[in-house]
Structure formats: C-alpha cells, structure tokens
Design a protein around this ligand. Structure first.
Ligand code: FE
Length: 341
C-alpha cells in the first residue's frame, strides 16, 4: 500500500512536471518573413517567461505539415500573410474557433473573420505606384482601368505564382466574376512592360530605372524603401507616388489582405497561445509592427507609421477575405490561361 502510494505520488509529480514544461511554451508555424516578428516574440518571452518556438516555411508546406501531424502536432498557432491560406486551413479542419473578448476588442470590426477561425495581426493593401516623372495622378483610377490600352508597355508586376497576386486576382473574381477577371488579365498581360520577374521592391526599382511607369505592389514595401539606408532602395522609393485604386464613391475600395493567426485544432498550449494573440493585437505590439514593417495596424487605437500616414486614408474593399481562399484555384487557372507568367 505504501509502495503504491509512493508510485502514485511520483507519477503525479512527473505528470505535473511535464504539464508545467508544456504549458510554458508556444509552438508557432509561421509564413511571415519579417525581422520585426523575432522582436515581438522576444518581448513576449520577457514579459511572460513563455518560450516561443518558431518554424518558418511557406503556407502550403505548413498546412501540409499540420495535416500530416494530426492530433500529435506540437503546433499551437499558424501564421500566414494571406487570409486565403487561413481559410484553406480552416476548411481542412486544422483550426479551432477563437473566442476571446479581449482579442475581439483589439480588432477593428471590418477586419475580423466572419467565421471566427482567424485573427488579423496586421493588414496591407495592394496598391498602384506610379512614376513621378512620367505619370500624373489624374490618369489613374481603378485596378480595372489598368487593362486600358493607354498603359501598353508600362505595367510592372511580379509573377502570378506569388500569393499577393493570387489574392488580388481572387478579389477581382469575387467582385467582378470569372469572365470579367479573365478579360482583365488578358489585357493586363498585353500592357506588361516586361515579363514578370523579381519581387515587389524590384518592380519599384524598375520604375526608377525607366523600365516601366506603373507597378502593382504591397503598401509596406514602399514604407520599407523610403526608410531604407540603401541609396538604391531610397532612390526607388522616391521615384514614385502611391495611389489607392477604386476609391470613387460607388467603387469598392482598394484590395487588402491580412497577416493573421489561426489557433490549431489540437493546440497543446491553448491558453498561452491565446495570450500571445492578445499581446500581438495589443497597442504596444501593434506600434512595433507598423513602425518596423510599415504594415497597417488592425487595432483601431493605433495609427500607421509616419511614412504611411502621409499617403492619407483610403477606403478598403470590404469583401469577406475568406473569398481570397475560396477563389484561389480559379485565380491560378485564369493566370495560366491568359499567359500571366
Ligand atoms: Fe511580403
């Protein structure tokens, strides 16, 4: 009896130790590729003593990994720079709903997931930038107008294999229908200044070098160029102006996407994971994001960085961002069919 009791106590002790160890960490699967993230996690670790382990890969790889690991997955959180991938993970039953009053209060209402599976931590808009020397603002209006012949040989944009372009095309399908999106893509391809290559920043550099007049890029890259210490980048940033498309009264607003977090279905450290989401959407972390990466804050109490603020306010497309995932396959088909490499 005494021995049995002893064994029981030892067993309980081991269980409580292993729980202790478990409950003091968070495992993140993240697609984000920005330096500011490391700083955020260090700050959270200092504040709470909770260790954050990060595994970085592209979104589809992380989703595949979550699927294969199933119930045994060590992952607590899945972070993506695309609502479409979070939607995909939720559809594959890899996420659980997040319900927290505190987190809810931190987020602007129109940026929330209507289904409750993901929480945005920042957002970005895919804008048009134009050469200060060769284009005037009055010539610009909408994404749709980029199909106009007047832009022949002038548009710079990266490859269609990129998630940012896929999300933009998904939004055009969701708003205008597949047929219209397909026509738009055909015309845009005719207007390309060159075959798609490079990343968003390279398109801006190409404007500075006179290789084209307009580029379609994510907003924060302009903030990064304008705050860069590299003269080539700074010069590229200064060669262009920012334009928010589709701002007219009866237009839908500029396309946005979020960087967001989902709580995994089998999260072993759920309580800590929720605390991290709460932290990342809180005022301090939001300020750090926007001042370092020049993304837009999701917390209404925080303003964009000084550089970004100068561009002024804009109307965002209020589309349910889950549709960016729903129409992803269609978007890729349209790109292939219309020769957007
Ligand atoms: Fe990016």
């Amino acid at each position: 009896m005494k021995n049995l009791l002893k064994t029981l106590i030892i067993t309980l002790f081991i269980i409580s130790c292993s729980n202790e160890k478990k409950s003091n960490e968070i495992n993140l699967y993240s697609q984000r590729h920005y330096a500011v993230d490391k700083k955020q996690y260090e700050n959270f670790e200092k504040l709470t003593g909770t260790k954050i382990n990060v595994i970085k890969a592209n979104a589809d790889e992380l989703i595949e990994r979550l699927k294969n690991e199933g119930e045994n997955s060590p992952a607590d959180l899945f972070i993506s720079v695309d609502a479409g991938k979070l939607y995909k993970a939720s559809k594959m039953n890899l996420l659980q709903k997040i319900s927290s009053e505190k987190i809810n209060r931190n987020i602007s209402n129109d940026l929330k997931d209507p289904n409750g599976y993901w929480v945005p931590i920042t957002y970005r808009t895919r804008i048009i930038v134009y050469s200060k020397e060769r284009v005037s603002k009055e010539e610009l209006s909408t994404y749709e107008d980029l199909a106009n012949e007047k832009w022949k040989g002038k548009i710079l944009v990266r490859s269609s294999s990129n998630a940012y372009n896929q999300a933009l095309m998904s939004s055009i399908i969701a708003n205008n229908g597949s047929e219209s999106a397909s026509k738009w893509s055909t015309s845009i391809v005719k207007n390309f200044a060159r075959n798609p290559k490079g990343n968003d920043r390279d398109q801006v550099k190409a404007i500075a070098a006179g290789q084209g007049d307009l580029a379609i890029v994510n907003s924060y890259y302009i903030g990064l160029l304008l705050s860069s210490e590299n003269p080539e980048e700074l010069n590229a940033g200064n060669s262009i102006e920012v334009y928010f498309p589709n701002q007219g009264e009866d237009e839908r607003g500029s396309h946005i996407n979020i960087s967001g977090i989902g709580l995994t279905k089998h999260s072993p450290n759920k309580e800590n994971a929720l605390k991290l989401i709460e932290y990342l959407t809180g005022e301090n972390a939001q300020k750090l994001y926007i001042n370092t990466s020049h993304e837009y804050p999701v917390n209404p109490l925080v303003e964009p960085s000084n550089i970004v603020k100068k561009w002024g306010d804009f109307k965002r497309d209020s589309l349910d961002l889950n549709l960016l995932g729903k129409y992803r396959e269609d978007a890729i088909k349209i790109f292939d069919k219309t020769g957007w490499k």
